[in-house]
Design a binder for this molecule. Structure first.
Ligand code: NAD
Length: 258
């Protein structure tokens, strides 16, 4: 049974579409007041979700967003750091601007939003939950995605460090690491040729991509009171991708699909 998020106030970055939209929608459905912090307007506006135009790489923009949340809701209980971008290129060829943009969006974005949320949560004294969206790329190397791998691994490092800093305040800090999930983020990689649907799906033991709802379920669990003793952790939601040792086991070592 799922406990309600009634009375909780949540901020979800990058919630204008994709995984962030699914997370915001799920938190709203379970009773939270939800603010979507995104630099772009929502693809499909959701009744009840308040969009605040925010660039998570800009300290002033993030500070202004949290001021708006103060004015409209009075407090913050849940922060989901989800905003992300992708820039593909080899070290030696990829520009410093592109490398920096990826790190700034994923890692600086988490730092800036947590820097606003944590003092508010501590001052209120009712704990809180911070969930950041990492990736399977935090655990492996992906050629051409050095900035992305570094930023996602950095998210796990900051998650662990921050979880210890705020543990006695009842604030929990965790991460969710999705595998390939069907969104425009993936469409971009398919369009520029850095991803191919065949090998993406072939490499997943469950032989399909994740849905955005499957990622939002893990975030919902960590955000709520079902996970009150979990902190500093990462939930991997990848259809078995990360634990696969050999590409394809012989058929006699696989359980048939029935
Ligand atoms: N889709 C996947 O396969 C996959 C896999 C692993 C991890 N992730 C991670 O999940 C998160 C969401 O990915 P998605 O697939 O939904 O991507 P998406 O491109 O569909 O959505 C990303 C959202 O982030 C917003 N955004 C980008 N830069 C921003 C900024 N500076 N400030 C505020 N908002 C900003 C965009 O406007 C967009 O709404 C990202 O962190 C991504 O790295 C995605």
């Amino acid at each position: 049974m799922t406990r309600s998020l009634d009375g909780k106030v949540a901020a979800v970055t990058g919630a204008a579409r994709g995984i962030g939209d699914a997370i915001a929608t799920r938190l709203l459905a379970d009773g939270a007041t939800v603010f979507a912090l995104d630099k772009n307007p929502p693809d499909e506006p959701r009744a009840g979700i308040v969009h605040i135009e925010t660039d998570v790489t800009d300290p002033a923009s993030v500070a202004a967003a949290f001021k708006t949340i103060d004015e409209r809701a009075g407090h913050i209980d849940i922060l989901v750091n989800n905003a992300g971008i992708q820039r593909v290129g080899l070290v030696g060829k990829v520009s410093f601007a592109d490398f920096s943009a990826v790190v700034a969006t994923h890692l600086n974005g988490l730092f800036l939003c947590a820097s606003e949320a944590v003092p508010r949560m501590v001052a209120r004294g009712k704990g809180g939950s911070i969930v950041s969206i990492a990736s399977t790329a935090a655990f492996v190397g992906l050629p051409g995605r050095g900035a992305y791998c570094a930023a996602k691994a950095g998210i796990l490092g900051l998650t662990r460090a921050l979880s210890l800093e705020v543990a006695t305040s009842g604030i929990r800090v965790n991460a969710v690491a999705p595998g390939f999930t069907r969104t425009k983020f993936i469409d971009q990689g398919l369009a520029d040729g850095s991803l191919e649907e065949g090998w993406m799906i072939g490499r997943v033991p469950m032989k399909r991509l994740a849905t955005t709802e499957e990622i939002s379920n893990a975030v919902r669990f960590l955000a709520g009171d079902e996970a009150t003793y979990m902190t500093g952790q990462t939930i991997v939601v990848d259809g078995g991708w990360i634990v696969q040792g050999i590409p394809e086991a012989p058929t006699w070592l696989q359980t048939p699909a029935s």
